[in-house]
Design a protein around this ligand. Sequence first.
Ligand SMILES: [Fe+2]
Length: 264
Amino acid sequence: MTTDWPAVADGEASARRPPPQGLGAQGLATAWHELGAKGWTILRGLPLPLLGRGTATAVLEYASAFGVPSDRDGGHPVRRVAPHPGHQGTTFSSRAGDAGLHTDSQYHRVPEDLVCLLVVRPATEGGLTRLLGAGDAVSALAAQPDAERILDALAAPSWRWQVPREFACGSAVAKERGYRGASVLPGDGTIRWRRDNISGSTPGRLRAVAPIVERCLDHAEGAVTLTLDAGDMVVVDNTRTLHGRTWFDDPRRLLLRVRLWRRP
Ligand SMILES: [Fe+2]
């Protein structure tokens, strides 16, 4: 999928900031090119300090090569993505299991532009990252028998999502006055989606298509599954690429996530 993202023109961003240690100028330029061309990129084998404060500093440095870190939800720009005992029913970043293809921050009026996920410890089995571009998602949906009804529903600007419990208290969402919902597919090449926390205030005729959409995305041609090792970081265009993961139950799996705003 080719995207139109002025800020990711070859070399532009790398010219603005020196590449972090462990990420050369050429590697950064290649990453920006891939991000613009297909909506995601992988940086392999980044040096990782011993787990602790140094790891968070490192991921923040790597991520900052791509944008401005957001601390809007949770108050800190680096979030551990790891199973928390007793958090089986909550957001993807706090539990084991799979995660359906989704975009982050879909509950905000304006989601962050990019999501970085750095692998600190992969799961012993499963927990592989899945990605699907918005263009491939639309193609898969357009091939459904009831495509017109589905695509009409997804274009309606009336979809709403619940704020995860962890972020609901004092969340910026409460300040987004007048936010009445958004389109899943507004028609400009972007997408926002997460099936499992669609709000009950979303009209029923829209919610009715959600299971079909989820199943279609899950089996879409064009979805890729990535095997990432410790020190690998995937950078995803959160407006044009869905991400998710395969099932896992390894309690030691650990990723660090940083959401980013595009630099002005
Ligand atoms: Fe996510």
